[in-house]
Unconditional design. Sequence first.
Length: 260
Amino acid sequence: MSTDAGKHAALIEAQFSAQAEAFARSPTLHSEAALALMVAAGAPKLSDTMLDVACGSGSVVAAFAPRVREATGLDATEAMLEQARRLSESRRLTNVQWLQGDACVLPFGDGAVDIVTCRFAFHHFERPEVVFAEMLRVCRSGGRIVVCDGLASVDPAKEDALNMFERLRDPSTVAFRTVEYIRALFTDAAVTEPETRHYKHPGTLSGMLKAASPANGDVERLRMLIERSVEGDRMGLNARREGGDVVFETPVAILSATRL
């Protein structure tokens, strides 16, 4: 592992160890409607195996588990995997397993898995094309690849403003990308034309400030950036003032395709 890659891995470990419990409790991150879109994109069968890459606290695996033969979650952070184990135990899921590992070197053979998913993690990857290639490698021919992430605006100024904010909010963020960037990963690969599902992930300034672990503890700068973004929708989040708070919506896309 290079020095830079090691530094980024340490940032991931620090951020998600600190966030693990709050992440697991977040109702918006694990809404049934959003998870249902992931399951629909994966088109699971009861005979299938599935793998969720960068599984976090395990809600995607838990959503698929009743609909597949075996579901596996892989994450780099032990604190997140502990939350995932608690979730599977609380739901009495008996066909799941949790693995600690690197998304760039998946511990599976070629074509070993029927459905491979990744949700809300591509913006943390320094080389998303490598992770996507690994997802493709371990997916069998005829299986499904599903990638979900928040999106940056196609307006370069709004894209830059969003990523400046997100890197301050969570220093392990590399970049939120446009839907065209993610789609290109699919169109350059041995998969069918990707299907795209869209939804909005809601947030509030007050809720974000409670959950954030910003660089240098700079909570006031986070507040200022969100408040300023209301004028002219500077980050592409449809930020607006409601009831003494600022509410905003992160655009999200789920892209899915069949492995050829």
